[in-house]
Design a binder for this molecule. Sequence first.
Ligand code: PNS
Length: 162
Amino acid sequence: MRIAICPGSFDPVTYGHLDIIRRASQMFDRVVVVVMTNASKAPLFSKEERLELLRRATLGLSNVEVDSYGGLLAEYARTRGATVIVKGLRAMSDFEYEFQMALTNRKLYPGAETVFLTTTAEHMYLSSSLVKQVAELGGDIDGFVPDCIKEDILRKVERMGS
Ligand code: PNS
């Protein structure tokens, strides 16, 4: 069984992430979406909140599960027996950092290949930071995240602002 890991901060999950997760779910037997810590970002949503939003947004994908892990991605991939790490690539600006991580992860755990899926053109510009920014400034996030998590994001942003 081919197990792929889709790691990220998912703060919050967007249509961009969901597009990659859905496509990965068609390529592999099982996809584990794992909420992790990005040392260079301070998340707005707690780990539990990010997990819950992801759970809801991926409900329709039967071979996808969600999990969280506070340690190294390489370690997680090893313990789950995953042979693939799936990442979405938006533009050249993502590339250098992703390349560095892919090489580090291979060094730490040669048992998994990092596979990059190119984002669809329509999601090229989308990011979690953009979603938070638009929500904070009272904009419409309809086209960025699924309806089932939209209200939770707006409520959270509202609470943080008051
Ligand atoms: O969605 P992001 O913030 O781009 O995801 C980055 C993430 C969380 C996948 C990356 O920071 C990560 O792998 N963190 C886990 C800790 C780890 O393994 N660090 C070394 C990476 S080479």
